[in-house]
Design a protein around this ligand. Structure first.
Ligand SMILES: Cc1cc2nc3c(=O)[nH]c(=O)nc-3n(C[C@H](O)[C@H](O)[C@H](O)COP(=O)(O)OP(=O)(O)OC[C@H]3O[C@@H](n4cnc5c(N)ncnc54)[C@H](O)[C@@H]3O)c2cc1C
Length: 258
């Protein structure tokens, strides 16, 4: 990779940036059998750092790969990319609204740490992968994590309220459940947000029958791109569209969970 990429990344990110063999070796694996050394590793301090890292990567045509605890089993966190590790610094619980049963968190919050905070209020975040003492919320949303009790209490996609996320072009999306009128208002916007809402609606409307016919009718489907969540419902929450997308659509900056 070019020296220019390294210099620009170091100049624009306040958190840690690694190009050395040791760190690239450490981040070459997750819990799968795969090994691919990343181009570099960035450990952002905050949302601004993530934005800077993504902008520099886009300018240099370097793919990005968000990472939480890296406990994925199928190589989701392995690739020739700039790895963005949110687990070290972006791990704060930003607020708990006990009355609404909502928790606002940064993506690097560990699931069991969140539940330790919630327990004092008689609340509990239900998805429970076996790795819950390590798994980060960003990674759980990326994989649409489930767990042993999820048949009764639901998987990550059942417990998402809203998401704040970053696209490769620098657009920040705030996604939540919208009524048809609210969705139409978003779709009328003359910016990238409007374009995404319009295009997504067109895809669902043009493929309703195909989606109904072809999407597998199985419990706990975590393969992502769950278009069938939308074709039967009036109120759309595009945050659900991102859950299970394994970091391929956007970087989660913040999530509100229920
Ligand atoms: C022994 C073992 C048992 C397991 N048991 C279960 C289980 O019972 N149920 C289950 O569902 N899973 C299980 N898993 C898989 C895995 O541990 C879980 O899916 C876990 O929730 C992943 O969390 P993580 O923080 O490690 O995510 P990571 O592996 O770090 O990331 C997962 C995906 O999310 C993406 N991602 C991470 N952060 C962000 C972000 N900020 N923005 C956008 N994308 C992001 C990554 O790119 C990746 O595609 C198990 C794994 C192991 C090793």
């Amino acid at each position: 990779m070019s020296d220019r990429f390294e210099q620009t990344l170091r100049a624009n990110v306040r958190g840690e940036v690694y190009f050395d063999r040791t760190h690239r070796g450490i981040y070459a694996t997750d819990a799968s059998i795969y090994q691919i050394a990343p181009v570099a590793v960035c450990v952002p301090l905050d949302e601004d750092d993530v934005r800077s890292a993504v902008a520099v990567a886009a300018d240099h045509d370097v793919p990005i790969l968000p990472r939480g605890a890296g406990t994925s089993l199928a190589g989701q966190c392995v690739g020739r990319a700039l790895v963005i590790d949110v687990s070290k610094h972006m791990n704060r619980v930003l607020g708990i609204d006990a009355a609404r049963r909502r928790a606002r968190v940064q993506p690097g919050v560990v699931r069991d740490n969140l539940n330790a905070r919630l327990a004092a209020l008689g609340l509990h975040y239900a998805p429970d992968p076996a790795t819950s003492s390590r798994a980060n919320i960003g990674g759980m949303l990326g994989n649409n994590s489930a767990g042993m009790r999820s048949i009764v209490y639901g998987m990550a996609s059942d417990h998402i309220d809203s998401l704040r996320c970053l696209l490769a072009d620098g657009t920040v999306l705030d996604l939540r459940e919208l009524s048809p009128a609210e969705y139409a208002a978003e779709a009328r916007r003359r910016d990238r947000v409007g374009e995404i809402h319009r295009r997504f609606r067109e895809i669902i409307e043009a493929n309703r029958d195909e989606i109904e016919r072809r999407y597998p009718k199985i419990m706990r489907r975590c393969t992502g791109y769950a278009l069938d969540e939308f074709h039967r419902s009036e109120r759309w929450n595009l945050a659900k569209r991102l859950v299970g997308s394994e970091g391929t659509l956007a970087v989660t900056l913040e999530a509100t969970l229920k």
